[in-house]
Design a protein around this ligand. Structure first.
Ligand SMILES: Nc1ncnc2c1ncn2[C@@H]1O[C@H](COP(=O)(O)OP(=O)(O)OP(=O)(O)O)[C@@H](O)[C@H]1O
Length: 238
């Protein structure tokens, strides 16, 4: 059965501070999968995620999210968005932060407890955020995005600063969420995370360089790992 894409971007144009980030970017994010948005620093990943979340001023084209224009009020509570910089309150505990975000969305204590469990922050639940490590703080932001089990998760480099074990746990969680039907758009510039995704969108200088599965990426480039494959696509050395 063909499902509507979770996100459809058509001819998107975005300028930021006088820089043209996208001039006519078009792509689809299939529903119910972990879709990796990969690309080097400055390729436009965060700008695309902001456009999907509805927080980016755009200069042309359309971004349709779960059948609605990006940023529309009907999408509130249907999307969880985690920005690159932790966006939680330093002077509150983990649980207090999440209770606050849950209240905004009309959810109760169960939703808070579930989000804390999913990111493995149980032992830190009653610690003040300012006293947590960088990786723990980014997991608090992730937990905030997970509250209420949104249909689409838009996650900007959620595994930055995490040790390999935690990264592995989070990718497992993403796969579980997709198994339940959640759509995930996850950015990363760590190419070895590409193999964890169901599908990959590779951005380079504001253009879509490839839209394929991790298997197709290796097959089409003849490379043994995603890092090399990306270089091959860029026209560099295999
Ligand atoms: N506030 C800003 N003002 C001007 N230009 C910006 C601004 N933010 C981003 N840009 C430019 O937009 C382009 C895309 O940036 P973006 O942050 O989307 O890339 P990215 O792929 O997410 O990078 P990274 O992996 O380093 O986070 C870059 O050329 C960047 O310099």
């Amino acid at each position: 059965m063909d499902m509507l894409p979770a996100v459809s971007v058509q001819d998107l144009a975005v300028r930021r501070g006088g820089n043209v980030v996208f001039d006519a970017l078009s792509l689809d994010v299939p529903a119910g999968q972990v879709v990796g948005l990969m690309g080097p620093s400055g390729s436009g990943k965060s700008t695309l995620l902001r456009s999907v979340a509805g927080t980016q001023k755009t200069d042309g084209g359309t971004v349709t999210v779960l059948g609605q224009p990006a940023g529309s009020a009907q999408l509130r509570g249907r999307i969880g968005y985690m920005t690159q910089a932790p966006s939680v309150y330093d002077d509150l505990t983990v649980a207090e932060n999440l209770a606050y975000f849950a209240r905004l969305l009309g959810h109760g204590r169960d939703a808070v407890e579930q989000a804390i469990r999913e990111v493995n922050l149980g032992p830190e639940a009653h610690r003040v955020v300012s006293g947590l490590s960088g990786g723990q703080r980014s997991r608090v932001s992730l937990a905030a995005a997970l509250i209420g089990q949104p249909e689409l998760l838009v996650l900007d480099e959620p595994t930055v600063g995490l040790d390999p074990l935690l990264r592995q746990e989070l990718w497992r969680l993403f796969a579980q969420l997709a198994g339940r039907g959640t759509s995930l758009l996850v950015s990363s510039h760590v190419m070895d995370e590409a193999s964890r995704c169901g599908r990959l969108l590779l951005l380079h200088k504001g253009r879509l360089l490839a839209d394929l599965t991790p298997g197709e990426l290796l097959e089409q480039t003849g490379a043994h790992d995603a890092d090399r494959a990306f270089l091959v696509l860029l026209g560099g050395e295999p």
